[in-house]
Design a protein around this ligand. Structure first.
Ligand SMILES: [Zn+2]
Ligand SMILES: [Zn+2]
Length: 152
């Protein structure tokens, strides 16, 4: 444990759960989107993949996995993610969750993912991350993403 990882058991955070409203809690369960690309250092095994991440942002925050399970279909529909398309693996080519076309995972693309964050220790770190979808550059061009992120 490093100097910035002291346990802080009395931390509580206030937030709005997207399913059940205002909450004070110790853990966050969110659905986020980020631009990322995979860098394959060897054969395309997941162990040999490094991920560059840019412009990460939460789409929705929940107080529990139950609330996230309830809210997920709403987020997926807002993000126009087709529920019948399987969640992606680590490439090198995965399936776009909007158009079912190919996503070149080594090039920048939009990824939708869920993370569980334990807030009882600083710094807050996701303890578990799971990918829901990747979206191709045609469906989510970088310029569109950046404009949206600024709230334009
Ligand atoms: Zn909730
Ligand atoms: Zn697409």
């Amino acid at each position: 444990m490093g100097p910035h990882e002291m346990p802080f058991s009395d931390i509580t955070i206030e937030f709005d759960c997207a399913t059940c409203g205002p909450k004070i809690g110790f853990a966050l369960f969110d659905v986020a989107r980020e631009y990322e690309r995979m860098r394959y250092s060897g054969p395309t095994e997941s162990d040999d993949v490094e991920i560059d991440v840019s412009s990460a942002a939460s789409i929705a925050i929940y107080c529990s996995k139950v609330c996230r399970d309830q809210g997920r279909p709403v987020v997926m529909s807002e993000m126009r993610i087709c529920p019948s398309i399987q969640p992606p693996s680590f490439g090198p080519v995965e399936v776009c969750a909007r158009c079912a076309g190919p996503v070149d995972m080594s090039d920048w693309h939009l990824a939708i993912l869920e993370s569980d964050t334990n807030t009882t220790a600083l710094p807050f770190k996701p303890v578990e991350v799971e990918y829901i979808a990747v979206i191709c550059r045609t469906c989510a061009p970088i310029s569109t993403f950046r404009l949206k992120k600024r709230g334009v």
